[in-house]
Design a protein around this ligand. Structure first.
Ligand SMILES: [Zn+2]
Length: 73
């Protein structure tokens, strides 16, 4: 009985944290889109192979802000 209670509390806690994380990701995405709109020469491409960031396209160059990946297009 006590164990089950603990389990559902942990689940509720995880759900709350997931909701919070989703909200933060949405906020970051919307803010990033707004910033990119302001900067005409910058755009965002798909995720980098390192998995830590999305690629930034700027002046014919695609690069990752988190790893060394960089290539000219
Ligand atoms: Zn990378």
């Amino acid at each position: 009985m006590r164990g089950r209670h603990m389990h559902s509390r942990r689940l509720r806690d995880l759900e709350a944290r997931l909701d919070d994380t989703e909200r933060k990701v949405d906020q970051l995405e919307n803010t990033l889109c707004g910033v990119v709109r302001e900067l005409n020469e910058v755009s965002i491409a798909g995720p980098c192979k390192c998995g830590k960031a999305l690629l930034i396209v700027h002046q014919q160059t695609v690069y990752c802000p988190q790893c060394q990946y960089r290539r000219t297009i």
